[in-house]
Design a protein around this ligand. Sequence first.
Ligand SMILES: *Cc1c(COP(=O)(O)O)cnc(C)c1O
Length: 359
Amino acid sequence: MIPVTKPYLPNREKLNRYIDGIYERAWLTNNGELVQELTKRLEAYLGVENLLLVANGTLALQIAYRALGISGRDEPTEAITTPFTFVATASSLKWEGVIPVFADIDPNTWCLNPANIEPAITPNTRAIVPVHVFGNACDVEAIGSIAQKHHLKVIYDASHAFGVNYKGESLLKHGDAATLSFHATKLFHTGEGGAIVFKRKEDLERAKKMINFGITGPETIEELGINAKMNELQAAMGLCVLDEMEENLKARAAVWHRYEQALSQNLQLQAKPKELDYNYAYFPIVFESEEQAVRIIELLKEHGVLTRRYFYPSLESVESFGKKPIQPISKDIASRIVCMPIYSGCDVKYVLSKTKRYL
Ligand SMILES: *Cc1c(COP(=O)(O)O)cnc(C)c1O
């Protein structure tokens, strides 16, 4: 079986040594030594400041909203977001009492189309939550100026954009905050985990309190908080995966380029800006029709190749978000998209030999 993705498993002996250290210190969580080390190393690797490690990528979004004052607790609050993403982008908003307002995507980059943001703004709009989908860069310049004009916060869901640079610097530097997911299936992972990169130090400081119940001292509770801390075992995994990032990236890039070479003539691939330094996290294809996409998924499955309709369905059609207007471009792309297997060690030759037969 060729899965659509495979968690990257780093050197076992190295992981064992980190675990020995955890046993010696008998310190398992609450901003331990390894969490502090991973924070510093990720800031250096990504070229960012104000990075906060958290328990997962969904809490990263929730904490980012709260730290920036976006919450539906006190007044009706809306955030404009994309329907073409993993469900957590929108469900995290709704979970915080913020109404997700979907605006349609660009048909080529598949990111939130800035032209659709202003028409969706109401007196209750407080934030824009775009997604760097599959690691592609949103139109950060246009989104930035709309946000400034209307005094809105921007929180990028950058779960797919680990290590992506745009115009020579980290894509994570855009927005008031950008969040990452370190779930096992992501490019860089800690089993479960995530991070927030804040623009401003004071927002980082507020978020640090929020992830530990708002507790700031043995007898002081300064904020409403929750438990969103990363633990030492997660950080140990992350330190080991980070050490092998270059090999991992090289292997994935090779798979990605093989796919591109073989498939880009006949099929629609994601359009990316020239100044993007990509991370080869995903290889999505848009087929000519939904029928073709579904047929190829089934045929590949018969050969042991697992692909995935990702992202499907377009989120405005998900019932838990209430009745929402259809977003035609997102709906169309979602109906025809298929993500191909990509991971370090993926047998791309076999996958391509089977795929090309059915095109
Ligand atoms: C994976 C993912 C998340 C959720 O992250 P978890 O770490 O699984 O909680 C959120 N948004 C996007 C776009 C994702 O791909």
